[in-house]
Write a protein that binds this ligand. Structure first.
Ligand SMILES: NC(=O)c1ccc[n+]([C@@H]2O[C@H](COP(=O)([O-])OP(=O)(O)OC[C@H]3O[C@@H](n4cnc5c(N)ncnc54)[C@H](OP(=O)(O)O)[C@@H]3O)[C@@H](O)[C@H]2O)c1
Length: 334
């Protein structure tokens, strides 16, 4: 039977590059593109099938910032598939990013310069907003919508005889100090993106603890800094082109500048080939590129503890319960 791979955010950037690379590895796969924009998804499907006619490529429409859309998509997926072998939880946003110029110049002349460029730590703030579900948009898109997606797909993911893998696109920008168990949605801070990526790291650890025995494994990756629509929201393409010589130079000292979505998928593709039971749940797998442009995968222990991960997971379950009650009440009223 064909292995089934579900990928959120497959319409551009690292998600699109991942589709191409996975089919280069194995064109007998069934890729299911989980995208919010159907015309973009159709165009991707057509181009993937043109280069890999033996593959099966299907689409499911999902907007992970809308719980109704997630429920509709998971209902469809449960009708279409018996199991999912891999789910890449990759869709993500960094809305209205603002570069902290002061921090940039301070960092340029400090010993932390390489770390600052590798992680964007302290460099970026974002303006978040509420979704129609009443949740912070960055949290709902990057974390909670995906959490509900896998909760709803449990029956397709938990088979102890042959494991399924969840692979989250996190970031080197995930930072403990930007996350708080008292404000998991980061409604009070200015770095919701970093908080959401740290939340993903915690969630992955908790999912391993709660689901490994049922045959479900979870890992997190950082694709590195790539030029995609997300990074073009930070600086326009022409500015990236202007600073490219500096970045090429920096690449000899920092391996995080993967630059292209193809390079950025290195860790995501590597995980596709690993036995999930053999992976360390407490490390993040990082796509890396050398100064001479060779790709490799490296790993880093995450700055978190299992107790906090479990507490966060319990908070998500509680939030899910509250939201289900609200949705039920609204349905009853209509
Ligand atoms: N670029 C980087 O340097 C970098 C570094 C570290 C981590 N990442 C992570 O990599 C992942 C992919 O980002 P990217 O760089 O490839 O950026 P991208 O090109 O902007 O891709 C983001 C993808 O997510 C989808 N998406 C956004 N909001 C969605 C929603 N509400 N529902 C469904 N899909 C949604 C987008 O769909 P549309 O096409 O419809 O917009 C797109 O397919 C993200 O999780 C990001 O945080 C990126």
């Amino acid at each position: 039977m064909r292995k089934v791979v579900l990928i959120t955010g497959a319409s551009s950037g690292v998600g699109l590059a991942l589709c191409r690379r996975l089919l280069e590895e194995d064109d007998a796969l069934h890729l299911c593109l989980a995208c919010r924009n159907m015309s973009k998804a159709e165009a991707v499907r057509t181009s993937l099938l043109a280069s890999h006619p033996a593959a099966e490529v299907s689409i499911v429409q999902v907007d992970v910032s809308s719980l109704l859309s997630v429920f509709q998509a998971t209902k469809e997926l449960k009708q279409r598939f018996q199991r999912l072998d891999y789910v890449y939880l990759n869709a993500g946003i960094m809305p209205n990013p603002q570069l902290n110029i002061k921090a940039l110049f301070r960092g340029l002349f400090s010993r932390n310069v390489i770390h600052m460029f590798s992680t964007a730590e302290g460099l970026l703030t974002q303006n978040d907003k509420l979704t129609p579900d009443g949740l912070q948009e960055v949290f709902e898109t990057n974390v909670f919508g995906h959490f509900i997606l896998i909760q709803e797909l449990e029956s397709l993911l938990c088979h102890s005889e042959s494991p399924s893998q969840l692979i989250w696109t996190s970031s080197r920008n995930a930072k403990k100090s930007n996350f708080s168990l008292e404000d998991v949605q980061h409604s009070k801070g200015q770095e919701p993106y970093s908080s959401s990526k740290y939340a993903i790291d915690l969630l992955s650890v908790a999912l391993n603890r709660n689901f490994n025995q049922q045959g479900l494994y979870s890992s997190v990756v950082c694709p590195g800094t790539m030029l995609t629509s997300l990074t073009y929201g930070i600086l326009p393409p022409f500015v990236w082109m202007l600073i490219m010589p500096i970045i090429w130079l920096l690449r000899f000292f920092a391996n995080a500048f993967t630059l292209t979505p193809h390079n950025g998928t290195e860790a995501l593709v590597w995980l596709f080939h690993q036995k999930p039971e053999s992976l360390n749940p407490l490390v993040k797998y990082l796509s890396a590129t050398t100064g001479f442009g060779s790709n490799y995968v490296t790993s880093k222990k995450m700055d978190l503890d299992e107790d906090t991960a479990e507490k966060f997971y319990q908070k998500l379950l509680k939030l899910e319960k509250q939201i289900r009650v609200t949705i039920q009440k609204t349905n009853n009223q209509n």
